[in-house]
Design a protein around this ligand. Structure first.
Ligand code: NAD
Ligand code: UDP
Length: 330
């Protein structure tokens, strides 16, 4: 069984990648400092996979500790999910975001190089695309002109990786640009579980459903979209996790750098998401319209044709299935 390291593997996306890796015959090794996750995730992964999960409590910026792990366990490839991810927090604490996200990536790259491991998948984001481009967004669309430190960390790391493959031909790097990951494994045992106050739509809807938030604020009702509310490309996290494995399997990690969008190619509005949640969970969501959120675009969805063609990947779960799975965690 090939070992695949997952930095941030106790987090939302990393933990779902662990399941998909295991299902496909890889051995996931989790590296996480639990700054935004809980150690109970490991136990729940063990229940889902019926297997002991190897994990290390490590800050990826700690090169000494990191390199000792690479020395101890042979590593086939690394999925690099570790990072801080809140746009709002990144505006308040930009240095922490640059230090943690960029610092951890530089540390990881150095330790990988010293350990002769050159296969890397990086968790990037749709946020790297320049706004106001024709939709659907393709990998060849313009990036940059980003308005917040979080997005800039993703953009800067992408540039670092692009420079790296140009100067050292040993690297196989894949940049996965996630659109809007939602939902959870069908067991309901692992889920998105941020430690602070959530900002994303689905976690906020869930908080309202659980009566931990009194009301959902819908940011803006007069966008030029199908119903005036913001439109996004929501992708089931298990489909996204399978996308990571698709980049790895069948010996696909050839040298060089490739970029893949991961989304469904379909946009759903905030109101459509609320209605779908209500229909498939049976819980009504009280909401009110408020002003637009600074920095939001009206509409964003991608073309995932490159992943479909080159990786033989396609999304399997629609919004309805995402909501049915969310019901398991309520
Ligand atoms: P998450 O916060 O649930 O998981 C990230 C994990 O990384 C956490 O478990 C955290 O404890 C860990 N971590 C953070 N800094 C670390 C460090 N220095 N050393 C070791 N561990 C560290 O977030 P997620 O939603 O799973 O996101 C994973 C990656 O995907 C992030 O890089 C994020 O920016 C990116 N991404 C997420 C989304 C999304 O909507 N969830 C969208 C686009 C991109
Ligand atoms: N949104 C909202 N209320 C919330 C959170 C989000 O109306 O409490 C809207 C937001 O304006 C956007 C959509 O939901 O149109 C998705 O937002 P999210 O933060 O989940 O993703 P992102 O905007 O980063 O793609």
């Amino acid at each position: 069984m090939k070992n695949v390291f997952i930095t941030g593997g106790a987090g939302y996306i990393g933990s779902h990648c662990a399941i998909s890796l295991f299902k496909n015959g890889y051995n996931p090794i989790i590296l996480d400092n639990f700054s935004n996750s809980r150690s109970s995730v490991i136990k729940n992964l063990e229940i889902i996979t019926d297997k002991k999960i190897t994990f290390y409590d490590v800050d990826i910026r700690d090169k000494k500790k990191l390199i000792s792990i690479f020395k101890k366990i042979s590593c086939y490839a690394v999925i690099h999910c570790a990072g801080l991810k809140s746009v709002a927090e990144s505006i308040r604490r930009p240095i922490d975001y640059f230090d943690n996200n960029i610092g951890s990536t530089l540390s990881l790259l150095e330790c990988m190089r010293k350990s002769n491991v050159f296969k890397l998948i990086f968790s990037s984001s749709a946020t790297v695309y320049d706004n106001n481009q024709l939709l659907p967004l393709k990998e060849t669309n313009k990036t940059g002109n980003i308005k917040n430190p979080y997005g800039n960390t993703k953009y800067i790391i992408e540039r670092i990786l692009m420079d790296l493959v140009k100067s050292d031909y040993r690297w196989s790097i894949r940049i996965a640009r996630y659109f809007n990951p939602i939902s959870n494994h069908s067991s309901g045992l692992i889920k998105e579980n941020p430690k602070g106050i959530p900002n994303n739509l689905i976690p906020c809807i869930i908080k309202v459903a659980q009566k931990k938030l009194p009301i959902l604020k819908v940011f803006g009702k007069n966008y030029k979209t199908k119903d005036g509310t913001g439109v996004r490309d929501y992708i089931h996290v298990m489909d996204l996790a399978d996308g990571h494995v698709a980049m790895i399997k069948n010996n696909r990690l050839k040298k060089g750098l490739k970029i893949y969008n991961f989304g469904t190619g379909k946009g759903s509005s905030v109101l459509e998401v609320i209605r779908s949640f209500e229909k498939h969970t049976g819980i009504l969501i009280s909401f009110k319209f408020t002003k637009r959120r600074t920095g939001d675009v009206a509409e964003s969805f991608c073309s995932a044709n490159k992943a479909i063609k080159e990786l033989n990947w396609k999304y399997r779960y629609d919004l309805k299935q995402a909501m049915i799975d969310i019901k398991k965690i309520l």
